[in-house]
Design a protein around this ligand. Structure first.
Ligand code: FES
Length: 127
């Protein structure tokens, strides 16, 4: 099935000792009890985290997890489809967290994502 431009899903995830657990079902778009498409990304907001984490889904086993704090001066970036934009001074990042437009000079922080049993584990130990 194809990735979709359907509205993003905000989820809280479950905070564990070393990271976040997120159900892969958060990416499903379900109509009449059937998965009709997959969201291209979700945003995980958890009150224990200072910034949200954007998770892009590229395939069943390929995800990126991006800390949504701008590498320039620390504002919260916003998702704009397949890229992220900083409203403070205009920096942009691609869906792997690589800076594509300044003034930021470095990439967003990213976290390893592992997939098992319909769950993602986002390893936050280096956040
Ligand atoms: S804080 Fe994001 S571009 Fe300046």
């Amino acid at each position: 099935m194809l990735a979709s431009c359907a509205p993003m899903s905000n989820v809280s995830g479950r905070l564990e000792e070393n990271g976040l657990l997120v159900d892969t079902d958060a990416f499903r778009i379900v109509q009449n009890g059937k998965t009709t498409a997959w969201r291209a990304y979700i945003v995980v907001r958890n009150e224990a985290l200072k910034f949200p984490v954007c998770i892009y889904r590229f395939s069943e086993n390929d995800y990126s997890a991006l800390w949504m704090q701008c590498a320039h001066q620390g504002a919260e970036v916003q998702v704009a489809g397949d890229y992220l934009h900083c409203p403070a001074h205009g920096s942009e990042y691609d869906n792997r967290g690589r800076v594509t437009n300044g003034p930021a000079e470095t990439n967003l922080r990213t976290f390893p994502v592992s997939v098992s049993s319909n769950q993602l584990f986002i390893d936050l130990r280096k956040r």
